[in-house]
Design a protein around this ligand. Structure first.
Ligand code: HEC
Length: 129
């Protein structure tokens, strides 16, 4: 009995630690707003990556929904600094971009995108699109 209690408590502690480590830091609601916001003279992220980043306007524009937040964060910081080169993304968030992102924007947007349902691993739904 005592051993069971101890085992249960250890498991609960382990699970909450794993979840806390894996959870994105940003604010999902703020991230959604920022992803959909149209800056003056520019265009919104959602205009190419569509709602929640779950689809996209063409085959060159990647799906973002359900992707790991830390992967997305690295991608955005690399476009922002110019370390990752893509004419469309650098024109959005690069040094002279029309939709520049702060570190907080990046944390919020990546938390939002990571929280979205992905179609990447659902073969049947991808097939019917
Ligand atoms: C004009 C269309 C367009 C707009 C607007 C746009 N993107 Fe992109 N995005 C792209 C394309 C095209 C790529 C693929 C670039 C490449 O191959 O490196 C991309 C790549 C990305 C990636 C990397 C994905 C990966 O799998 O590596 C992220 C993250 C991203 N965009 C987020 C955003 C965010 C956030 C915004 C708004 C600030 C935004 N995008 C605005 C077209 C766009």
């Amino acid at each position: 009995m005592r051993l069971t209690t101890l085992a249960t408590a250890s498991l609960a502690l382990f699970a909450s630690t794993v979840l806390a480590v894996g959870a994105p830091k940003g604010d999902i609601t703020a991230g959604k707003q920022r992803f959909e916001a149209t800056p003056e003279g520019g265009q919104s992220c959602a205009s190419c990556h569509l709602e929640g980043g779950a689809k996209s306007i063409d085959g060159n524009t990647p799906l973002l929904a359900g992707q790991y937040a830390d992967y997305l964060e690295k991608a955005l910081k690399d476009y922002r600094s110019g370390a990752r080169v893509n004419v469309l993304m650098n024109a959005q968030i690069g040094p002279d971009g029309t939709n520049p992102l702060t570190d907080a924007d990046i944390q919020n947007i990546t938390a939002y995108l990571a929280s979205q349902r992905s179609s990447l691993h659902i073969y049947e739904s991808a097939k019917s699109d």
